[in-house]
Design a binder for this molecule. Structure first.
Ligand code: RB5
Length: 140
């Protein structure tokens, strides 16, 4: 499983924490940003979403202040199903029912512990398929 991750300045510290904990051992492509210097979240979200859409990676994780801007941008890329999740239940259901391939959350909304639980749940939950596959097909 290959994962692309990206954050803006607001999400940089949380991204670094996750790379050093729950994402250790995964094949992760860090697509920036690389400091707390201010950047524009669309400039990070678009290449991460395109990496997922093109099949270069299997999943994407995007972090900004709220997770909202990242999810708006990622969701505009054809083939991307971005889910903004602030707790593990939504993260689980976004995989089981929506086959989400990009996970977004806000570093100013949740702490490191919650983010780790969300990422763990999201990466370990498969798509249920069945009737959900029909619905996901209709998104496209
Ligand atoms: C940056 O201040 C903030 O607007 C950004 O991180 C994000 O929350 C946008 O949705």
């Amino acid at each position: 499983m290959k994962i692309a991750i990206g954050s803006d300045h607001a999400g940089f510290e949380l991204k670094s924490a996750l790379l050093g904990s729950v994402l250790k051992g995964y094949d992760v492509l860090d697509m920036g940003t690389d400091s707390t210097r201010s950047v524009d979240y669309p400039d990070i979200a678009k290449p991460v979403a395109q990496a997922v859409a093109s099949g270069k990676v299997d999943y994407g994780i995007l972090i900004c202040g709220t997770g909202i801007g990242m999810s708006m941008v990622a969701g505009k890329v054809r083939g991307v199903r971005a889910a903004r999740c602030s707790e593990p239940y939504s993260a689980e259901m976004s995989r089981r029912h929506n086959d989400a391939n990009v996970l977004c959350f806000g570093a100013r909304v949740i702490g490191v512990g919650m983010a780790e639980m969300i990422v763990e749940k999201w990466l370990s939950t498969p798509f249920d398929g069945g009737r959900h596959a029909r619905r996901v097909g209709k998104i496209e």
